[in-house]
Design a protein around this ligand. Structure first.
Ligand code: SF4
Ligand code: SF4
Length: 124
């Protein structure tokens, strides 16, 4: 978290906190093991980055598509989804590498580097 608003947003759910049960904990541990092996981008879809982008790139959606490629390998199908999330000037390859999104990201993701990888993967 890098601002008071982000912290309030993140702790707000604790008002009605319910602890995980045993089977939920096991499932979570299993998912965690799979994801750490798969080298996915640790985006939480918080969307703090989105409004910062001068190219209106749909950053969390594109990162999710990349992760789906890593986990499921359904790259051809994901190329079609990619076209749904990008506009004429808001493709991953339109990234200006300005870093405006990165200063908002609580996960410290190098988003501009990921945009390069995503463009190589999903654009013709
Ligand atoms: S680095 Fe790329 S994705 Fe991030 S705000 Fe700048 S143009 Fe948008
Ligand atoms: S700010 Fe970071 S973690 Fe949040 S949606 Fe954007 S890339 Fe993902």
């Amino acid at each position: 978290m890098s601002s008071l608003d982000q912290m309030r947003d993140n702790v707000g759910f604790m008002k009605s906190f319910q602890p995980l049960g045993e089977s939920e904990r096991k499932t979570l541990a299993q998912v965690s093991r799979i994801l750490s092996r798969a080298n996915v981008i640790p985006c939480t879809n918080c969307k703090y980055c989105k409004s910062a982008c001068p190219k209106s790139i749909s950053i969390p959606d594109l990162l999710r598509l990349y992760n789906d490629h890593v986990i499921y390998g359904t790259t051809q199908m994901l190329r079609r989804s990619y076209r749904f999330y990008v506009g004429k000037d808001s493709r991953a390859s339109d990234c200006l590498h300005c870093g405006a999104c990165e200063s908002r990201c609580p996960q410290r993701i190098k988003i501009s580097d990921q945009m390069t990888r995503i463009a190589e993967l999903f654009e013709p």
